[in-house]
Design a protein around this ligand. Structure first.
Ligand code: SF4
Ligand code: SF4
Length: 317
C-alpha cells in the first residue's frame, strides 16, 4: 500500500500575530465612555509639535532615561556589553546608535533610572490583561480602546484584537490620527463601536508645518469613515496660536457639518508630556507655549458650536 505523503515540517507556517505597544493602561477614563483598558500602540506617522506621548512615535522600542532617579553607581555601564552607556559630568546617557535596546542596563539599575519603552505582545497577551478588567466595563459601560501612537499602522493585529473583544461582548473603540491607508481603516471598522478621530488643522500647508505631514489622506479617510460608520467622535486638540484662529475653527465646523458628524471633543493643550522628551534625548518644540485660558477654551467651543456641533471638553491624548 502506498504510504501517505507527509508535508515537510517547513511547509507549515504558524502565524502568531504580534504588535509593538508601549503600555496597557487599566482604569482609563478619557479614551471613550466608562472605565476602559487602553492599549497604546507604538509608531505614528505624524510628529505633532505638542504631542504628549513622544515615546509612542517611533515604531521600534527605545531606552528612556530618568535622570532624576540616577544615583551614579555605574551598574548600567558594567552591564552593557555593547559599550552604549555613557557618563558625562556624572550624568548617565546612551549612545543610541550603538544601543540594541536589550534592557540589560535597566535590569542592573537599582533605582529604575533606565527603562525600555516598547514591547512585543500577542493578541492573547493583551486579551489576558483585558479579561482582568471585564467587571469594570460591565459596571461603567466601558470597554477597550486601541490608541497610540497610531494603532492603524498595526491594523491586522488591531482587527484581530477587536474581533476577540466582540466575541467576549466587550465594547471597542479606536483612537486614530487618521493618517493610514484607507484599507486599514476599513478593516477595523466592522469591529469598532466608536471611532475617536483626531482633526487638527484644515489647511494642508499649515498641517504639514506642525505635524510633518499633509492632511489630505486624513480628510479623505474621515469623509470615507463618516459615510460608513455611525459612531465617529472628533478629537480637536486646542493648541493656542496653532489651530484656534477663526478661519480654522470655521473650516473645521463647516467640514464636519458637510459630513454629518456632530460629536466633537475639545482637548485643551497641556504640558504633561514635556519631561518625556528629555528622557528620549529629544527637544520639545513648544517650550514657551502656555495652556489656553478658560476664555480661550470657551471661545473655541462657542465657535465650533455655531456649526451645530455637540462639543465637550475632553482629556488630551
Ligand atoms: S539597552 Fe542594552 S545596549 Fe542599550 S545601553 Fe542598555 S545595556 Fe546597553
Ligand atoms: S545603574 Fe541606574 S542609578 Fe546606577 S548609574 Fe546607571 S542609571 Fe544611574
Amino acid at each position: 500500500m502506498k504510504s501517505a505523503r507527509r508535508r515537510p515540517l517547513h511547509a507549515y507556517t504558524l502565524t502568531v500575530l504580534t504588535a509593538t505597544i508601549t503600555r496597557i493602561d487599566r482604569s482609563a477614563v478619557h479614551d471613550g465612555p466608562g472605565v476602559r483598558t487602553v492599549v497604546f500602540f507604538k509608531g505614528c506617522p505624524l510628529r505633532c509639535e505638542w504631542c504628549h506621548s513622544p515615546e509612542t512615535q517611533a515604531a521600534s522600542p527605545a531606552i528612556a532615561l530618568y535622570h532624576e532617579r540616577c544615583i551614579g553607581c555605574g551598574s548600567c555601564m558594567a552591564a552593557c556589553t555593547n559599550a552604549a552607556v555613557t557618563f558625562v559630568d556624572g550624568r548617565h546617557g546612551v549612545l543610541r546608535s550603538r544601543c540594541r535596546v536589550c534592557g540589560e542596563c535597566g535590569d542592573a539599575c537599582p533605582s529604575g533610572a533606565r527603562e525600555v519603552i516598547g514591547r512585543v505582545v500577542s493578541v492573547d497577551d493583551v486579551m489576558d490583561a483585558i479579561e482582568r478588567d471585564v467587571v469594570f466595563y460591565d459596571q461603567s459601560g466601558g470597554g477597550v480602546t486601541a490608541s497610540g501612537g497610531e494603532p492603524l499602522l498595526q491594523a491586522p493585529f488591531v482587527e484581530a484584537l477587536l474581533k476577540h473583544c466582540r466575541e467576549r461582548g466587550i465594547a471597542t473603540a479606536v483612537e486614530t490620527c487618521g493618517l493610514a491607508p484607507s484599507g486599514a481603516l476599513l478593516s477595523v471598522a466592522p469591529w469598532t463601536d466608536l471611532f475617536l478621530f483626531d482633526l487638527k488643522l484644515m489647511d494642508a500647508v499649515r498641517h504639514r508645518r506642525v505635524t510633518g505631514r499633509s492632511n489630505r489622506q486624513i480628510l479623505y479617510n474621515l469623509r470615507l469613515l463618516a459615510s460608513r460608520h455611525r459612531n465617529v467622535r472628533i478629537r480637536f486638540p486646542l493648541i493656542p496660536g496653532v489651530n484656534d484662529d477663526p478661519e480654522n475653527l470655521a473650516a473645521t465646523g463647516a467640514f464636519l457639518s458637510s459630513l454629518g458628524v456632530t460629536q466633537l471633543d475639545v482637548l485643551p493643550y497641556h504640558r504633561g508630556g514635556v519631561a518625556k522628551y528629555e528622557r528620549l534625548d529629544r527637544q520639545y518644540a513648544l517650550l514657551d507655549l502656555a495652556a489656553p485660558s478658560a476664555e480661550e477654551v470657551d471661545g473655541t467651543i462657542a465657535a465650533l458650536t455655531r456649526h451645530g456641533l455637540d462639543v465637550r471638553i475632553g482629556g488630551l491624548r
